[in-house]
Design a protein around this ligand. Structure first.
Ligand code: VG1
Ligand code: CO
Length: 644
């Protein structure tokens, strides 16, 4: 006969029960679940590490997990914890904390092979559930999707089992695990889910040798704020057991509902919720009228990433664009070997076409998870900083969602000041936040912000709580269509370039460029940052650097006007008296080494100079940035990997 100890929850007292192997903690009238230890009886310290904390095993009355320890008479104890919510069992799988699971600018990103290490993903997911209040987990619905990259299919099964094991009652998952980041945000909001997971490393390359990533979005569809991501990280350092539901893998290839007692998985079509939202924002007939013009040609490059699943239903079926407008439209696990980052370097195929002979009139691309966008005209590049300013300036006129005008505008700190000028002209509230979309969420939730953007090809609005690649393309198509309203055959088309030049003439031009030095050696990059911090601490306003006089040098700090939270060390800024800026940041989305980002900006009111090439206009400032930072000395790099 085995000695048995029963208890409603695991506490040090009940653990000592095990040691004494004699006390029978009353099971009351609840169902009995069993935890067996069949290895050598663990020490109290080890046991505390291995066993879930009481909070994790004692749920609400309906699902209280009465835990029993059954001892074998030999010195071998079995190591499985089992619980039974309605319809399936849950096993508390012992685990140990794993170092380095801190999220960056946007979720946790590592090489695929790191995520494939035992319990790497499972630990983080369990740590997340351990961080959330019970009402955000127990009995809730969560959305799950991703960009189709390698490892998503395995990851989806792991996430669903741990969600069920922690008491989530419903998962809405995209067919084949596909949902773009903006679609996840839209579905969380529309279906009133408590949050969602996005399986994506966004613009980072995919495949077995490349990157994987996971992002958690909260109930208004926004990327988890730092208060949550910090708590998750804290829990990754102490996680000791993973609550894993004992359910089979779920078939994600066809739409439908699978139920295991109290847990349901619904496989949904990735498109309709998102498309219906876009239809409620834009005038689709207006965009169709542009698509139908014989003198307008449109191209969209899905970069073999997630927008491949959305491009045809939206651009071709709903907006009447021709079938062949879509490039690289089939999502692939490795993005066809490419780097799914819509910029002038990585969207090379589209760029070549848009700057080649007989170029189309409008070109656009989106990234791995569909939240970024690049907008091109015929031989013309719209910088993302200009894009958000131009969308904001034209939104009320061209986009029904903004018929009463935007409530407020915002940009990330390194994004150029073009948007500031629009906000001033339209007398709108304006905000400057740190890099990362999560910083826009509170402003939108509190009704202070409608349109915002980042220089990193991110543009969006408060229709959801993520940046939105296809939204930005439709915004630009709406603006072009609006500028060409009433034109008849034979009239000249107002082009993307015309719209940009008209904007510059009205507001002035903010020349802007970003230099990325990808995967530098971390030590050198960190030393460069230290060197720059040294300069800012000793710098004095009024110091001259060539033609520039310093107005301010600091490390950007932000206090959220809604909840008062403070973010420090968000980028080193040198702001000059003429408004020119030099900014340095280290990327928070890479998976190897350090990526240095250098941002430069200079305002030019003079129309005759608006036609200058940005690199030419910014050359003195770029040279100053390189010499101030001693970038080559610290990183060994003589030229950037990517220039925007
Ligand atoms: C980059 C961009 C930032 C963006 C982030 C996530 O971050 O600079 O503006 O919000 O990527 O975008 P960092 O820390 O590498 O500079 V995405 O499309 O990866 O979700
Ligand atoms: Co992205």
């Amino acid at each position: 006969m085995l000695p048995v100890c029963r208890s409603a929850c695991i506490t040090p007292v009940s653990i000592s029960c095990i040691k004494a192997a004699s006390i029978d903690c009353s099971p009351q009238s609840m169902p009995i679940k069993i935890v067996k230890f069949l290895h050598t009886p663990p020490s109290m310290k080890t046991l505390m590490k291995v066993m879930p904390s009481p909070r994790k095993v004692c749920f609400s009355a309906s699902a209280v997990w009465i835990v029993s320890w059954v001892f074998s008479s030999s010195d071998m104890f079995k190591a499985t914890a089992v619980a039974e919510p309605e319809g399936f069992q849950v096993t508390a799988v012992p685990t140990k904390p794993i170092e380095g699971q801190k999220t960056g600018t946007s979720g946790l990103r590592k090489k695929v092979k790191v995520f494939q290490e035992p319990n790497y993903l499972a630990n983080w997911i369990q740590a997340l559930f351990n961080s959330l209040p019970e009402e955000d987990v127990k009995g809730t619905s969560l959305v799950l999707g991703g960009d189709g990259r390698y490892f998503n299919k395995e990851a989806a099964q792991i996430i669903m089992k741990i969600a069920a094991g922690n008491g989530v009652s419903r998962i809405l998952v995209g067919r084949e695990g596909i949902l773009s980041t903006p679609a996840v945000s839209a579905i969380i909001r529309r279906r009133k889910a408590q949050g969602g997971f996005i399986m994506s490393a966004s613009h980072n390359p995919g495949g077995p040798k490349n990157d994987w990533g996971i992002k958690y979005n909260y109930k208004s569809g926004q990327p988890a704020p730092e208060s949550i991501t910090d708590a998750i990280y804290g829990n990754t350092l102490s996680v000791s057991a993973i609550n894993m539901a004992d359910i089979p893998d779920i078939d994600l290839s066809s739409l439908g509902v699978t139920t295991f007692g109290s847990f349901t998985v619904e496989v949904i079509d990735p498109v309709p919720d998102y498309l219906e939202l876009l239809e409620s924002i834009f005038d689709f007939d207006l965009i169709k009228s542009l698509m139908n013009r014989p003198d307008f040609r449109f191209k969209f490059d899905a970069m073999h990433a997630v927008t491949g699943a959305y491009a045809r239903p939206i651009f071709v079926d709903a907006l009447g664009a021709p079938e062949d407008c879509i490039m690289n439209g089939i999502p692939k696990e490795d993005f066809g070997g490419g780097h799914p980052d819509p910029n002038l370097t990585y969207a090379e195929e589209l760029v070549t076409e848009m700057f080649g002979p007989d170029a189309p009139d409008f070109g656009a691309a989106s990234d791995g998870d569909g939240d970024r966008n690049m907008i091109l005209g015929n031989h013309f590049f719209i910088t993302p900083s200009d894009s958000v300013a131009m969308i904001a300036a034209n939104a009320q006129q061209a986009i029904p969602y903004f018929k009463d005008g935007p409530k407020g505008l915002a940009r990330s700190m390194p994004t150029s000041g073009a948007l500031d000028r629009v906000a001033a002209k339209l007398s709108l509230p304006f905000f400057e936040v740190p890099t990362g979309w999560k910083f826009f969420g509170n402003l939108m939730d509190s009704g202070k912000l409608s349109i915002c953007g980042e220089e990193s090809f991110g543009t969006g609005s408060d229709h959801i709580r993520e940046k939105d690649g296809i939204w930005a393309v439709l915004a630009w198509l709406s603006i072009v269509a609006d500028k060409n309203r009433g034109k008849v055959a034979g009239d000249t088309l107002t082009s993307v370039a015309d719209i940009a030049k008209e904007h510059w003439a009205k507001f002035g031009r903010n020349f802007f460029s970003r230099y990325d030095y990808e995967e530098c050696e971390s030590t050198g990059a960190n030393k460069m940052v230290e060197h720059l911090r040294g300069i800012i601490s000793s710098s004095k306003p009024g110091t001259t650097y060539g033609n520039y006089t310093l107005h301010l040098a600091d490390d950007f700090m932000y206090t959220d006007p809604v909840d008062g939270s403070v973010a420090t060390k968000q980028g080193i800024r040198f702001i000059f008296t003429d408004g020119s800026r030099i900014i340095f940041r280290l990327s928070g989305t890479g998976s190897a080494g350090a990526t240095v980002r250098l941002y430069v900006e200079q305002y030019e009111p003079e129309v005759s100079k608006h036609g200058l090439d940005a690199q030419e206009a910014l050359k003195p400032l770029i040279d100053l940035a390189l010499s101030l930072s001693k970038l080559e000395h610290f990183t060994g790099r003589t030229k950037p990997t990517v220039i925007t």
